[in-house]
Design a protein around this ligand. Structure first.
Ligand SMILES: [Zn+2]
Length: 366
């Protein structure tokens, strides 16, 4: 989206202090393992696991909703290719992807960061061992989820001219997770579930119907679709549940905290000082040379190139897609009063939909 002038000025101020912007402009050295026109990846100097990578957009944005569709598509389109390279370079058998939206969720830099964590059985990393103890959402909070998710998914499909069929087909590997959960949405690619027990009330899970275990086997388009769903659900939960932040955690492959090795994406509601602090690892000096790991990964990423699919032009006004009416949510989320956003909040908290943000910022400008 076109960001308002006030916000652009704020971001420009943030950029001056931002360590990642200095790395991107090569003012500060780092172990860069991948770079293309829009993104850059470097090794964390305090890795949680060997090969722990920080994956950045070159443009400075604090949170996902500020990204344009094109940036979002590039960022998540590269992801499966990058994960594949890192995984093979460090000989990992599994993988986590971690995003913190907001300070309460462990975001410690105003420059949006995706953490890439190569994993294996017995690696001693237990921060994502989920103890699901929380009961699901009460009915009044749960009810608006289905129509809103449906609306967000269809909006994305229409805006990107995607033809994705509705489907209740369930691959056998999904029978167990689906059995006790409430199905919030499904199509031929993904299924979105509200599990009976969760990490926090409102914890939502997304599974792929195309791939059982390994994220990197998904195509770029399917990665974009999966993460677009996760990102818009995170925004929806933030608004509906008045959260302080959200985590998006992807699990892929067999580890001690993912005993069946299934590919799953978790959107986890966060509040300031909640009981989920252990999701965040403590920074530690590595016991090995980061430079040598960087060299190994660069051997795999040097020829990594992502070619985004060109968006189809909607020229035929009589195509069935254009004829279809936009589905409005049947029970729209209760309209909350738009709160005034302080500068502090814009810096540190995750926000709601793009429209809401634009509205809030236009208020800020007055
Ligand atoms: Zn920055």
């Amino acid at each position: 989206m076109e960001l308002p002038t006030e916000l652009k000025a704020q971001l420009a101020e943030q950029k001056k202090q931002c360590i990642f912007c200095k790395i991107i402009s090569k003012q500060t050295p780092a172990n860069i393992i991948f770079e293309d026109s829009k993104t850059l990846a470097l090794l964390d100097i305090y890795p949680a696991v060997k090969g722990h990578t920080l994956y950045l957009l070159k443009e400075h944005y604090p949170i996902l909703p500020y990204l344009s569709e094109e940036e979002l598509a590039h960022y998540f389109g590269v992801l499966p290719l990058l994960v594949k390279s890192i995984k093979s370079a460090v000989v990992a058998t599994a993988f986590n992807i971690f995003i913190a939206n907001g300070g309460a969720a462990g975001q410690n830099s105003p420059h949006l960061t995706i953490h890439l964590l190569p994993r294996e059985e017995g690696d001693g990393f237990f921060n994502f061992l989920f103890h699901k103890k929380q009961k699901p959402l009460p009915e009044d909070k749960r009810k608006p989820l289905t129509p809103n998710i449906q609306y967000l998914m269809q909006k994305f499909q229409q805006e990107n001219s995607l033809t994705i069929n509705t489907s209740e087909y369930l691959p056998s590997y999904l029978e167990k997770p689906v059995k006790e959960s409430l199905i919030l949405y499904q199509d031929e690619k993904i299924i979105i579930l509200l599990p009976p027990l969760s990490l926090a009330a409102g914890h939502i899970e997304i599974y792929s119907k195309l791939e059982e275990k390994n994220f990197e086997k998904l195509s770029s388009e399917d990665s974009i679709y999966l993460f677009h769903a996760a990102s818009s659900i995170a925004s929806l939960l933030f608004q509906l549940l008045q959260l302080h932040g959200t985590n998006i955690i992807l699990k892929s492959g067999y580890t001690d905290d993912n005993k069946e090795g299934k590919l799953s994406l978790h959107i986890i509601p966060r509040m300031q000082n909640d009981s989920l602090q252990s999701l965040i690892w403590t920074p530690q000096q590595p016991k090995y040379k980061i430079e040598s790991i960087a060299e190994k990964i660069k051997d795999k990423t040097w020829n990594l190139k992502y070619h985004p699919k060109k968006k189809e032009q909607k020229t035929d006004k009589n195509s069935p897609q254009n004829k279809e009416e936009k589905t409005e949510p049947k029970e729209p989320a209760e309209k909350k009063e738009t709160k005034e956003w302080s500068k502090e909040e814009t810096k540190s908290s995750f926000s709601t939909f793009k429209e809401e943000i634009t509205h809030a910022i236009s208020k800020l400008q007055k």
